[in-house]
Design a protein around this ligand. Structure first.
Ligand SMILES: O=C(O)CCC(=O)C(=O)O
Ligand SMILES: [Fe+2]
Length: 280
């Protein structure tokens, strides 16, 4: 027996008169929710969606084609908006960050990452609404509960209470900031709602330069091991976008990676975040 549990293939959650269909996308992360229009969900459906979100860590809703207002209204059900002061937002909707193709050399998200770990309180949830999708441009998510749970008891014990430095080096460069934002966080965090522990790391070097109290050189080998371990193929879902998709993920237990294989083609999504707690 290992401490990982295979996800059930399909479950139907019956809530009063409405049905939410939850279909696992892999054996380790992600579910597709069907049978709902996100513009029109009742409280029972919302509860079923939230339960699935906590179980599967990221959710896919196909064929939603949400307007900006509808996207904002759905995301608002999950908490307070997070505002990204560094990046330009939509004029009338300061909580909406348009993502577009800046070219591969400026693709700051083409690596495994949690969002905004340089903040004291990184966002809890991100929602993306797909507006103009090229061939390619997939996004991958990896389950960081499983990354933690599949470490040996010895390494888990060693990491207990350890913190690392997280920096916003790539964003600072992209936006020409004089100061690189940075913050210390535990490398194993406990999810405030599920109570499960997740590995909390980032790319060694520019995102996570070192463990607290250690030099970058001392830290690098273990950071590298953890980073590789965090993105094993059997902990990943790779999403092939279609226009009209709404995808949401839990930024407290998943990392993600935006694949840039679409050259200079147009790719446009809208992004809204919900603010989160300080990781503990
Ligand atoms: O472009 C994407 O697919 C995801 C980009 C990303 O990392 C993010 O929105 O946080
Ligand atoms: Fe991201």
């Amino acid at each position: 027996m290992t401490d990982t549990t295979a996800l059930s293939q399909t479950e139907t959650v019956q809530s009063k008169a409405d049905v939410v269909q939850v279909t696992a996308l892999t054996g380790s992360i992600g579910a597709a929710i069907s049978g709902v229009r996100l513009t029109n969900i009742n409280d029972d459906q919302f509860v079923a969606i939230r339960t699935a979100f906590h179980e599967y860590c990221m959710l896919v809703f196909r064929d939603q084609f949400l307007s900006v207002e509808e996207h904002v209204a759905f995301t608002a059900r999950w908490g307070e908006f997070g505002f990204n002061k560094m990046s330009p937002q939509l004029d009338d909707y300061p909580m909406v960050l348009p993502l577009s193709n800046r070219g591969k050399s400026k693709a700051v998200t083409e690596n495994w990452h949690y969002d905004s770990t340089f903040m004291t309180e990184p966002p809890a949830i991100t929602t993306l609404s797909a507006r103009d999708i090229p061939v390619g441009g997939d996004t991958m998510w990896s389950n960081q509960y499983l990354a933690y749970e599949t470490l040996s008891p010895g390494l888990k014990a060693m990491l207990a209470g350890v913190r690392a430095e997280f920096t916003g080096t790539r964003l600072a460069k992209l936006y020409g900031l004089d100061q690189v934002p940075r913050c210390l966080h535990p490398v194993v965090r406990t999810h405030p709602e599920t109570g499960r522990k997740a590995l909390y790391i980032g790319k060694p070097g520019d995102t996570v330069p070192r463990f607290e109290g250690m030099t970058p050189t001392e830290s690098e080998p273990l950071l590298r091991f953890l980073y590789e371990h965090s993105a094993q193929p059997d902990h990943i879902y790779r999403h092939q976008w279609r226009n009209g998709d709404l995808v949401m993920w839990d930024n407290r237990c998943t990392m993600h990676y935006a694949v840039h294989d679409y050259g200079n083609e147009m790719r446009e999504l809208h992004r809204v975040t919900i603010s989160g707690d300080r990781p503990v």
